[in-house]
Design a binder for this molecule. Structure first.
Ligand code: NDP
Length: 281
């Protein structure tokens, strides 16, 4: 049986470490504060925002909550971000995506000061990652690196294949694996003979957004398989981009869904907030 990479356990470990760090910072008079903005009342977004605020409370990070109505204009939202950019005691600003259609998402991402961009979505943060400079890294791929490292899985020298090239998962994932000295291939919807490409992978990251698409025919025997996907199957149960039951017997390590990559995203968001506060002082 493969090693089951336990994201629940590893994220809990990271949160404990952060809790201690925040307590130590408090003793030195340094507090940490995250501003969370939600526009509209999309139920899934409300759940994500609620979970982020809960994690803040657990770790000892103060959270400022802005629940804005659906009809909020882009100007109003940008004005709030501008105010929070200037507010000394705010270390991180998070706008829960997606925003309503009348608001330009890119303009919102660009408006957040890079030094408070704890989601790591700002073009400056992405550029810094690309050229190996300091900057915040998108939380889900950063969490995957932690999962690999803390599970004792070596990245250097390995053939790594990332399926997906989105700005929030695929691209930063590929750059992070490269930073860790993996040999990286990025596959996408125009990749020819995807199975041939994925079968080269010692480490395969599936961020394809298609429920249980990745079956054992895509896997090299003994590969490490990281499943980023989150979907509801026909029985309303959570499943990933990987067909877990089919793939688990042929791989050496695998992340389950739920309890794999998912819990890491919030842990890394908290990590970015703490880092922001520490860097600022
Ligand atoms: P996107 O839809 O933005 O990107 C999907 C990527 O997969 C695209 O690059 C697309 O290629 C590629 N793709 C689609 N179909 C195929 C195919 N048949 N063969 C090869 N490549 C294909 O998704 P995200 O990156 O935002 O998210 C990916 C998954 O991860 C989703 O299930 C999402 O719910 C989940 N997710 C989970 C998070 C977590 O915390 N665990 C956080 C963020 C996302 P192309 O560019 O050519 O269109």
């Amino acid at each position: 049986m493969p090693q089951i990479i336990n994201g629940k356990e590893i994220s809990a470990q990271i949160k404990e470490e952060l809790k201690e760090k925040v307590a130590a910072m408090k003793k030195e008079g340094i507090s940490v504060c995250l501003a969370v903005i939600q526009v509209g009342d999309d139920p899934a977004s409300s759940v994500y925002v609620g979970n982020k605020k809960k994690a803040c409370a657990y770790i000892g990070i103060a959270s400022l909550s802005y629940e804005l109505p659906e009809e909020t204009t882009q100007e109003e939202l940008l004005a709030l971000i501008d105010k929070l950019n200037k507010q000394e005691d705010v270390d991180g600003i998070l706008v829960q995506l997606p925003v309503p259609e009348h608001i330009d998402e890119d303009a919102v991402i660009r408006a957040i000061a890079p030094e408070k961009d704890v989601d790591g979505f700002h073009p400056q943060s992405m550029g810094a990652l690309c050229i190996g400079q300091r900057g915040f890294v998108s939380c889900t791929p950063a969490g995957i690196i932690q999962l690999l490292k803390r599970s004792g899985i070596e990245i250097a020298g390995k053939e790594c294949v990332v399926i997906g090239r989105s700005n929030i998962v695929g691209k930063p994932m590929a750059l992070l694996l490269l930073r860790e000295n993996g040999t990286v291939t990025v596959a996408h919807s125009r990749t020819k003979d995807l199975k041939e490409v994925t079968k080269r992978a010692d480490i395969l990251v599936a961020a394809v957004g298609k429920p249980r698409m990745i079956t054992r025919e895509y896997i090299k025997e003994g590969a490490v398989v990281i499943d980023v996907g989150i979907h509801r199957n026909e029985n309303n149960k959570l499943c990933g981009d990987v067909d877990y039951d089919d793939v688990a017997p042929v791989c050496s390590a695998i992340t389950p869904v739920p309890g794999g990559v998912g819990p890491m995203t919030i842990a890394m968001l908290m990590n970015n907030c703490v880092e922001s506060a520490a860097l600022k002082r």
